[in-house]
Write a protein that binds this ligand. Structure first.
Ligand code: PLP
Length: 399
């Protein structure tokens, strides 16, 4: 693994074939060969610089993959059609029938549903644990365990995984540590802390314009080759390939990620402090009251801040809905799932993005009905936003 700084996209240099400052978009699904032998060699993976078929590899996707690998400090990366199109092949590549996964219990609802409902059909079992308790993680490892799975900052509860601690466990028991870093791009560099594989849903902060889904797996050349293997590679065979037009547009958006993350973090820390001072039950890794605030500080790349995600608990789903509808009405953001947009997005995860998690388990992990998850936008005047939000809260009797 290379350990590069979190943002070095400015050091990458790809030109279009006519000297364009952006790489040309490879707008072809298949590629021609002058000789049949080169085609055969390419299929066997022995002809560098040649392309065969775009589900194998395509220049536009490789450019984006290289930029993401540079950001995460891994040897290479493989982009995919969605975040789930990155997560599911990784887990299926690493595990087969009879294998076991230890996963954080607070993860994105889709990933949870995959591990809880889908992989058992293939003979893969998962134990869900409180990831902040390394003792519980260790106690859940059996001789069948192959993978430790977590999110750096979890969706939606914003629990922080001790990646270095988990990595030490993974090494001790010869497991792969897979970390979904979707909530904290640039702020946290999981590979630097010992993660073997780092995943992102590019749909969120990295693309940042809520116009596409996308995903990436960052890891060693060996693992990425395994995923792409034409005979038994899960990415290759499950086929969640990114389209080259999308790869090209995500690469362009990625160039401003560092600026956007700083602004998301700046706005989120401002609001989190204000909400907490107003007496709202507020969760944000940048608050001293967050149980993993100190841990996050030891893990973070300070200049990007504590990220753009925060939650408040307003007691009931009815109050949450009332507040969100009013804030949308006042143009303070959108009542929408997803994250990383220029506008603030808010939703009640219990009834939306985490609805795959059964109610009793939601209660056990502290996911209450009145929880509102905010992805704080890029507002230029966050003080004005705060004042307007506060007046909405007063109007619906939350403050
Ligand atoms: N990981 C996290 C943390 C997410 O929040 C999401 C989506 O909300 C995903 C993965 C899945 O990504 P996608 O919707 O791009 O498939």
């Amino acid at each position: 693994m290379k350990f590069n700084p979190a943002n070095n996209i400015q050091d990458l240099q790809y030109f279009g074939e006519f000297g364009g400052v952006n790489p040309s978009i490879s707008d072809s699904s298949t590629y021609t060969f002058i000789s049949a032998k080169t085609m055969f060699d390419t299929f066997e993976g022995n002809a560098d610089g040649c392309y065969l078929y775009s589900r194998h590899s395509i220049p536009s996707n490789l450019y984006l993959g290289e930029a993401l690998a540079a950001m995460e400090g891994t040897e290479t990366a493989n982009v995919s059609a969605s975040g789930m199109g990155a997560i599911t092949p990784v887990l299926l590549q690493l595990c087969g029938a009879g294998d076991h996964i230890v996963s954080s219990r607070t993860i994105y609802g889709g990933t949870y549903a995959f591990l809880k409902n889908f992989t058992p059909r293939l003979g893969i079992e998962t134990t869900f644990v409180d990831i902040t308790r390394l003792d519980l993680v260790a106690a859940s490892i059996t001789e069948k365990t192959k993978v430790l799975y977590c999110e750096s900052v979890s969706n939606p509860l914003l629990e922080v995984a001790d990646i270095a601690g988990l990595s030490a466990l993974a090494k001790k028991y010869n497991l792969k540590l897979v970390v979904d870093n979707t909530f904290s791009p640039l702020s946290v560099s999981p590979a630097k802390l010992g993660a073997d594989i780092v995943i992102h849903s590019l749909t969120k902060f990295i693309n940042g314009s809520s116009d596409t889904v996308g995903g990436v797996v960052c890891g060693t050349q060996e693992f990425i080759n395994d995923l792409r293997n034409v005979n038994d590679g899960a990415s290759m065979l499950l086929g969640a390939t990114m389209d080259s037009l999308r790869a090209s547009s995500i690469l362009k958006n990625m160039r401003t990620l560092h600026i956007r993350m700083k602004q998301h973090s700046k706005n989120a820390v401002f609001l989190a402090n204000k909400f907490e001072a107003d007496g709202l039950k507020t969760v944000y890794p940048g608050l001293v009251s967050h149980p993993s605030h100190q841990l996050f500080k030891t893990m973070m790349n300070t200049e990007y801040g504590f990220g753009g995600m925060l939650t408040i608990d307003v007691g009931t789903l009815e109050k949450a809905n009332e507040l969100m509808e009013l804030m949308q009405h006042k143009n303070l953001g959108y009542l929408a799932v997803s994250l990383g947009f220029y506008k603030t997005l808010f939703s009640a995860p219990g009834s939306s993005t985490s609805s795959e998690i059964p109610e009793d388990e939601q209660t056990a992990m502290g996911l209450s009905d009145g929880l509102i998850r905010f992805s704080i936008g890029l507002d230029n005047d966050i003080e004005r936003t705060y004042k307007m939000m506060k007046s909405c809260m007063k109007e619906v009797d939350i403050l």
